[in-house]
Design a protein around this ligand. Structure first.
Ligand SMILES: Cc1cc2nc3c(=O)[nH]c(=O)nc-3n(C[C@H](O)[C@H](O)[C@H](O)COP(=O)(O)OP(=O)(O)OC[C@H]3O[C@@H](n4cnc5c(N)ncnc54)[C@H](O)[C@@H]3O)c2cc1C
Length: 576
């Protein structure tokens, strides 16, 4: 067959003909369109396609086909073609019918369908095509064949090749990795200068970067590394959801805005394969895609970015706040918004730390899942992010085992995720268990883990991938002592600042303001933060409103020079 398959199955022949006409009219150049009226014939066709290695990009099924529920049929499609996107075809207004609604909720909760699709009405039906093309974009991105994909070629999976993948992931840049001695690697290397150092990156326009620095990657991908001025209304430290939201609101409301990040864009969110609870994305959205769109939105409003630069210090000087960027140097602003989020706790098993990037991964599996197709994979952690990771990996891996230290999943995970996990045949759960060891077979890639059941013996299990999602600590070590924090290092703000926090002004601190006037905290690094994308985004927007309030207040009452004020807890700071 000439291209990946789009298959539609429906026993309503009129409806199927309309779907076939629409699919053929738009997609026949690049895809093979197959339409069937019977579930049995469709499944037999899909078996043949799976056996000869033909990709199925999209499967659409009516609500009932040959007496079988469409959701059930699409569940079987998933077993044969785990990468295929699956949509349940419904008629206009069908969502109002109880049975249809239940069929959709049930099939989605059990991972049998990705979403529903309205049957085409009169041609051309752009609503139908929008649904189909969104599915095809998601499919091609997950298969790493979307346009503008960057290729990384390395000698091994670990070391600098892994770091480069990590940087690309943190910049939300679609990328694929291959070993130099694989077919794809040889194809990419053919025709290049034999002296090119590995690992290397092949950009979508054909540019080759041999063992580039992180900043070179960011620049080549069109990101800004240095600001063009050193004075702003507001500097935002961190380009995760909180920082990006503050950038969109700050820039769109006329503030000169700089966002600095030691990595790329999107923060932790880029490690989430599918965020399903963010407002306005009923089908879910990958963290990378959300970050890309937010970055673009901030950029079109005029926000400035300095990526791959760490902020190393923060101080208040002459009524302004000053931060130092690792490469560029000092930048000053009326206000700074700290949005540096949190980082993963390490597992502390030396053999596993050595295999970081070679089967051992911290965070979610967004960019690694594909490489683990058909393998044994473990996810360690009991929070929602671990549950989502397991569900995502189950589409690729042969088996996914969720290892949880607690006695049950219920303690840390949302009920809807637990239901989905229970309904996914290739996900297994081990409670009251710790990972205490692991290693390779001398080939540089994780091959086994050692698990310890509480009070029990060690068990060695086959494992080709492990995702460690065992909690996070705030990225606040770099902050000066003037910024008061709780015992775990999360930044205290507003009413949480106690009398000993060292607040130096007559006025009370604003809600997200830290113990340093003019320095606000937004997102996961803040004490009491909910640790969700939506709450980080909310914090970012609120912080900008507070910057406006601060500006109005300072116009009325210019701030005193606080450079002589002592640090919290020293007993000599001004009281509120
Ligand atoms: C795998 C996974 C799945 C998730 N799934 C969901 C979900 O489905 N729904 C949901 O609502 N939430 C989800 N979350 C949580 C969500 O991603 C976080 O709550 C959110 O990203 C927090 O945003 P933030 O901007 O506060 O911080 P972060 O996203 O952590 O961003 C902080 C940024 O600051 C930068 N930085 C740190 N220190 C410095 C420094 N000194 N100088 C410069 N830059 C610095 C970092 O590089 C980073 O880019 C998930 C998280 C993970 C890890």
């Amino acid at each position: 067959m000439p291209g990946p398959v789009l298959i539609a199955v429906d026993d309503d022949s009129g409806a199927l003909e309309a779907v076939e006409a629409e699919l053929c009219s738009r997609y026949a150049r690049d895809y093979t369109v197959v339409c069937e009226r019977s579930a049995e014939v469709a499944l037999a066709t899909l078996e043949v396609l799976a056996a000869d290695g033909t990709e199925v990009a999209l499967a659409l099924a009516g609500e009932r086909v040959s007496g079988m529920a469409g959701g059930e049929l699409l569940g079987k499609v998933h077993q044969l073609h785990p990468h295929a996107k699956r949509g349940l075809l419904i008629g206009w207004g069908g969502w109002g019918e109880h049975a249809t609604g239940e069929a959709i909720f049930d099939a989605m909760a059990h991972g049998r369908i990705d979403y529903y699709v309205l049957r085409p009405s009169t041609a051309p039906d752009e609503v139908f095509h929008q649904a189909v093309s969104s599915f095809l974009l998601e499919w091609s991105t997950s298969r790493k064949i979307a346009p503008h994909t960057i290729h990384v070629v390395g000698e091994s999976w670990s070391g600098r090749a892994y770091e480069l993948r990590d940087v690309l992931g943190r910049c939300a840049i679609p990328h694929a990795f291959c070993l130099a001695d694989s077919d794809k690697g040889r194809e990419l290397l053919a025709g290049l200068d034999g002296g090119s150092r590995l690992p290397l990156i092949v950009m979508p326009d054909g540019t080759v970067l041999a063992d580039p620095t992180d900043a070179e990657i960011a620049k080549a991908a069109g990101a800004r590394v240095n600001p063009d001025q050193s004075d702003f209304d507001v500097v935002i430290v961190g380009c995760g959801p909180a920082g990006l939201s503050a950038a969109v609101y700050g820039a769109s409301e006329g503030l000169s805005t700089l966002v600095v990040d030691e990595g790329g864009i999107g923060g932790q969110a880029t490690s989430s394969a599918l965020i399903r609870n963010y407002l306005g994305f009923p089908r879910g959205v990958s963290g990378g895609r959300l970050a890309e769109q937010a970055y673009e939105q901030a950029w079109v409003h005029g926000a400035n970015f300095a990526l791959m630069q760490r902020v190393t210090s923060l101080e208040r000087r002459d009524g302004r706040v000053q931060v130092t960027l690792s490469e560029f140097g000092p930048v000053s602003a009326r206000a700074v918004i700290l949005a540096t989020g949190a980082a993963y706790r390490r597992i502390g098993v030396p053999e596993l730390e050595e295999l970081n990037g070679a089967g051992v991964f911290y965070g979610g599996p967004a960019s690694e899942a594909h490489g683990l197709t058909g393998l044994e994979v473990y996810v360690v952690g009991g929070a929602n992010s671990a549950g989502q990771a397991a569900l995502h990996l189950a589409r690729f891996a042969r088996n996914v085992t969720l290892v949880v230290r607690g006695q049950s999943l219920g303690a840390g995970m949302s009920h809807y995720l637990i239901r989905q996990i229970e309904a996914t045949a290739n996900i297994h759960v081990r409670v009251a268990t710790d990972v205490v060891g692991g290693g390779d077979n001398g080939d540089g890639w994780l091959r086994y883990l050692v698990l310890r059941k509480s009070g029990g013996e060690d068990e060695t299990v086959r494992a080709e991938g492990v995702f460690l999602m065992i909690g996070a600590r705030p990225r606040t070590d770099w902050l000066p002592p003037e910024i008061a924090r709780d015992s775990r290092g999360f930044v205290l703000t507003g009413a949480d600042l106690g009398a000993d926090a060292g607040w130096p002004l007559e006025r009370s601190p604003y809600p997200l303001e830290t113990s340093m006037p003019g320095a606000f905290a937004a997102g996961d690094l803040r004490h009491g933060a909910v640790k969700r994308v939506a709450s980080a985004v909310g914090d970012g927007s609120i912080a900008i409103q507070l910057v406006h309030r601060l500006a109005a207040e300072e116009r009325l009452h210019p701030p005193p020079d606080l450079s002589a004020v002592s640090q919290p807890g020293s007993g000599s700071s001004s009281s509120r």
